[in-house]
Write a protein of this length. Structure first.
Length: 168
């Protein structure tokens, strides 16, 4: 069964819809995609910063995984095919952000908002002189939280057996 494509009332779906549909075909676990251009995340994408691939805050670690960078290419390119299995959050260089959810469009939007807030915090920490990721031993402990809360591992199901694997 095809998944519905949503667009604001009175507008046609974006010209990037085929790109989003291809992602959902490659990752059938994905129920929703949000593609947006929030200012802080887009700033990180323009700067080409890999900082968001590091573990900074527990909630984005648990729910999204590392924010993978995707090299700039035309919007309908196949760049995502190389990284779509590795996470549920992505920065497209010089373009914007894309977040996936195995649950709902609301959850995908919440993941985007949570990550935009994290990016803002990392930006402030960097301006203050030290954006310090969570230590490896604490990232390993987050694996236990996932088990206790019975949360799905971010990324393609079955690809990673632990959060620690995602960040190393």
């Amino acid at each position: 069964m095809e998944k519905p494509v949503y667009a604001p009332e009175g507008k046609k779906p974006t010209g990037e819809t085929p790109f989003h549909v291809r992602i959902m075909r490659k990752r059938p676990d994905i129920k929703a995609i949000v593609h947006a251009h929030p200012p802080i995340l887009t700033g990180f994408s323009i700067a080409g910063s890999g900082l968001l691939q590091k573990p900074f805050l527990p909630e984005p670690i648990l729910e999204v995984g590392p924010i993978m960078s995707v090299a700039y290419d035309t919007p309908l390119s196949e760049q995502f095919d190389r990284v779509i299995d590795l996470s549920d959050g992505f920065l497209m260089e010089n373009h914007g952000a894309l977040f996936c959810s195995p649950f709902s469009i609301t959850d995908a939007v919440e993941r985007l908002q949570m990550t935009e807030c994290m990016a803002h915090s990392i930006l402030v920490a960097s301006l203050l002189g030290n954006a310090k990721p969570i230590a490896d031993k604490y990232v390993k402990e987050i694996d236990e939280v996932i088990k206790i809360r019975n949360l799905p591992m971010p990324g393609k199901p079955g690809l990673f057996s632990s959060i620690s694997m995602m960040y190393h």
